[in-house]
Design a protein around this ligand. Structure first.
Ligand code: HPA
Ligand code: ZN
Length: 335
């Protein structure tokens, strides 16, 4: 098998599935805790990392929500976002769509404005100084109520120009897409694009994926690996040209595998599958590590690696002219 590590590292890439709060590295957690006079329940970075031994989605989420307790003021959200963008740019990520979870902060008494202003300021500065373009996606927490999601949607409206779309994350068990049908209908009416997590190997996974198509009308699906269990579902996703944002290293933590065989199967079916990092501070690996792990495990060809990146630019929520420009950049690199 060809060694494509260097090729992957140098390739201009897009990331479509990354939670900004999931990029909070232990080192930054300690720095922010100190700055904000907070005590952490770990003596060192090593001890904190050693506690990241989750084996399913709920055990990860517990650590994820606990970790973001160090984010209090606008500068914290700025530092978090800018650190991720520096890391992404160092891996030749030229475009990223970033999730944030406002309810996880407003429920701690932090204002919506504090959260989004810090993230937005980092996005603008990184675009100017690092040359990385980004767009922001607001996620609702599906283990909270639809009323709470609707409240977050209303809080977002003054910042509409800073947000490209809405998503749905957190614990999927007993929280199906249709629980949020009205919220997403309203989001659509406000001109937001729509995506939802359909996490891997959940109860009723394929039913949930069908709901995102038939009851919600999503523009993308986050994860969605279990669609492979249903041929008609695969056909529908393919016909609608929906991107699936799969996160192999993350999948390897919360299920029994990185699902790279499934990623390859989707490529072979011409489904618009992409590879992403999800929560790279917790599931160690940014874009390069995720692509390299996938290529090695599934023995992807160079053409398949390139296709994953084409899929990401084409499936992105960029205007057509920007997609064309990024695809041109990729073409030049490949040549
Ligand atoms: N799934 C659900 N909720 C999340 C995730 C995820 O992968 N990451 C952060 N919140
Ligand atoms: Zn995710």
């Amino acid at each position: 098998m060809e060694n494509l590590d260097k090729f992957i590292e140098g390739m201009p890439k897009a990331e479509l599935h990354v939670h900004v709060e999931g990029t909070l590295e232990p080192e930054l957690k300690f720095k922010l805790a100190k700055r904000n006079n907070l005590d952490l329940p770990y003596a060192s970075v090593e001890e904190m990392r050693a506690a990241y031994n989750f084996d399913d989605l709920p055990s990860f989420l517990k650590m994820y929500y606990e970790g973001m307790g160090v984010l209090l003021v606008e500068q914290d959200f700025y530092d978090l976002t800018y650190a991720y963008l520096e890391k992404a740019r160092s891996q030749n990520v030229v475009y990223a769509e970033i999730f944030f979870d406002p309810q996880a902060h407003t429920t701690r008494g932090i204002s919506y404005d504090t959260v989004i202003s810090g993230i937005h300021r980092a996005q603008m500065e990184a675009q100017e100084k690092l040359g990385i373009k980004t767009q922001l996606i607001m996620c609702f927490l599906r283990d909270m109520t639809p009323d709470s999601a609707m409240e977050a949607l209303e809080q977002s409206l003054p910042y509409k120009d800073w947000i490209i779309g809405v998503g749905l994350d957190s614990d999927e068990r007993n929280n199906p897409p249709i629980k949020f049908a009205q919220v997403f209908e309203r989001a659509r009416a406000e001109n937001y694009l729509l995506t939802m997590h359909c996490d891997v190997d959940q109860q009723n996974s394929t039913t949930h994926i069908w709901q995102t198509l038939n009851d919600i009308g999503v523009d993308r699906i986050d994860h969605g690996v279990n669609a492979l269990e249903d041929a008609a579902l695969c056909d529908e996703i393919k016909n609608r040209k929906l991107a699936l944002t799969v996160c192999p290293i993350s999948n390897g933590y919360v299920t029994d595998s990185m699902k790279t065989t499934e990623i390859k199967a989707m490529l072979e079916k011409d489904i618009r599958v992409t590879v992403n990092s999800d929560d790279p501070a917790y599931f160690p690996g940014y874009m390069n590590e995720n692509l390299i792990a996938t290529q090695r495990e599934a023995e992807l060809t160079r053409a398949q690696v390139i296709q994953l990146t084409i899929n990401a630019f084409e499936g992105s929520w960029l205007p057509t002219a920007d997609k064309t420009a990024f695809l041109q950049k990729l073409d030049t690199y490949v040549a």
